[in-house]
Ligand binder design. Structure first.
Ligand SMILES: [Mg+2]
Length: 452
């Protein structure tokens, strides 16, 4: 069975639920001192879909307390809640924007036929369901992602972390770059392993706004024999891993607010002159966190260092991957020919800088620098516990207790090991405050080329 009038071929990322007579067995405002309980059938659907990485949100004509009550009685932490007396289609649009997903990735469940008709008319891409239909939804393909990864199971939690991060970002006084650094952002670019394959296939299937293939068959273009009909399946990624002229790359993201796991990846094919990226993909969760810019900068630096003269990213132009195409343009890529669009970047100097919080093959990243500094401090002071101090530890605080002699030795070691003259930059350790900021500074300056 499928819902009448449902027009969707892709997987639902978030279900937006009505509260009164949908998730609750009655009406919140008309129930006096004892608000109604959760509908047991739909509460079970919440849990089952949540296990598959599908998010849940609330849209209700009620005061915000109704959302808090619904969260309590269903035992569910909703990724977003819009309570008010406006149109439900408006609430759904706000929820999609809050979560950074497309409106067509939403489903909507409401007992009121008027509300369902309003949303169906205003937002034809939304899968609109009655509570009875939603009770069976777990069996439908729209609610059955092809693979369920560790990232998928943590998805609801990661959206809660995202809300806390966004609030902190709004309260922060400095620039976006300063906020990313102060939030302890760590981007790790690495060669893919077999264990990464399920998540790579999931990213290929789920990403839209940052996906260069956008439905095109990148598998066929990369020249590898895929399964019948092609497609960027687990088998395809697995087949690429041992190929000598092809690299599969993963991108992971974490900060002080939480660990987002693998948020992106790309496939690179190369010859002497040209590096080509037949597939570039990034979760919209990473949007605004400097990750796509870091990946493009790293690709440019690596291709240039390998002696290539051009970096190409064939990019299908569909309405939804505008954010990716803007990022390509901002990174200096241009479309020299006619459609189909192939974004190209000449690799002459100067190379783009890579922020200090990116760790990547061929780059002296802050994480590895920080480990080296911990090892030095532990050896210089004879205190092994310094091997495990967090990046945010103040160098002159109690935990490290740096004195002027050890500080001088540390600066000498940095110069010896990384070729970075901290004092020569008119800086002292006081102004670099913590192990993490010192490591980021050293990593940035230690780069052989392209640093600011
Ligand atoms: Mg209702």
């Amino acid at each position: 069975m499928t819902a009448a009038g449902a027009v969707t071929g892709s997987t639902v990322k978030c279900v937006v639920w009505d509260i009164d007579n949908t998730l609750l067995t009655g009406t919140y405002l008309e129930s006096g001192d004892e608000p109604p309980g959760a509908d047991p059938v739909l509460a079970a659907v919440l849990a089952e879909l949540g296990e598959r990485g599908i998010l849940h949100a609330l849209a209700s004509k009620n005061p915000p307390e109704a959302a808090a009550h619904t969260a309590r009685v269903t035992g569910w932490r909703f990724a977003a809640a819009e309570c008010g007396w406006g149109r439900k289609s408006g609430a759904l649009t706000t929820i999609a924007a809050t979560l950074g997903i497309g409106v067509d990735a939403l489903a909507f469940v409401d007992d009121d036929p008027y509300e369902r008709a309003e949303v169906a008319a205003a937002l034809p891409g939304v899968l609109v369901l009655s509570p009875e239909e939603a009770a069976e939804a777990a069996g439908w393909p729209e609610f059955s992602p092809p693979v369920i990864t560790a990232e998928a199971r943590r998805r609801g939690e990661m959206y809660a972390e995202r809300q806390r991060r966004q609030e902190a970002g709004r309260a922060f006084g400095g620039t976006r770059e300063e906020f990313l650094a102060s939030a302890g952002t760590q981007v790790t670019i690495a060669a893919a392993t077999a264990a990464d394959v399920p998540r790579l296939a999931e990213l290929a299937a789920r990403t839209r706004q940052f996906n260069s293939a956008a439905g095109r068959d990148a598998a066929a273009e990369a020249g590898e024999a895929g399964p019948p009909g092609g497609g960027m399946t687990q088998d395809w990624f697995r087949g690429l891993l041992p190929a000598g002229d092809c690299d599969v790359v993963t991108v992971r993201l974490r900060d002080a607010f939480g660990d987002d796991g693998m948020v992106g990846g790309c496939v690179i094919t190369r010859d002497a002159e040209t590096w080509t990226v037949p597939l570039l993909m990034m979760s919209c969760r990473a949007m605004g966190r400097g990750v796509i810019d870091a990946l493009l900068a790293w690709l440019t630096r690596q291709a240039s260092r390998a002696g290539a003269s051009r970096l190409r990213v064939p990019c299908e132009t569909d309405g939804r991957n505008v954010p990716l195409r803007l990022a390509l343009a901002a990174a200096g890529f241009r479309v020299p020919g006619r459609l189909p669009a192939v974004y190209e970047r000449e690799l002459g100097a100067p190379l783009p800088a890579l922020p200090g919080w990116v760790t990547a093959p061929g780059e002296a990243g802050p994480a590895s620098v920080a480990d080296d500094l911990r090892a030095f401090l532990a050896a210089a002071t004879g205190r092994d516990e310094l091997l495990h101090i967090p990046a945010g530890t103040a160098l002159f605080g109690e935990a490290v207790g740096l004195d002027s002699l050890t500080g001088t030795l540390l600066l000498r070691e940095i110069q010896r090991r990384f070729g970075v003259d901290v004092a020569g930059e008119d800086l002292n350790l006081d102004s670099l405050a913590t192990l993490g900021t010192l490591a980021a500074f050293v990593a940035q300056r230690a780069r052989p080329e392209g640093g600011p």
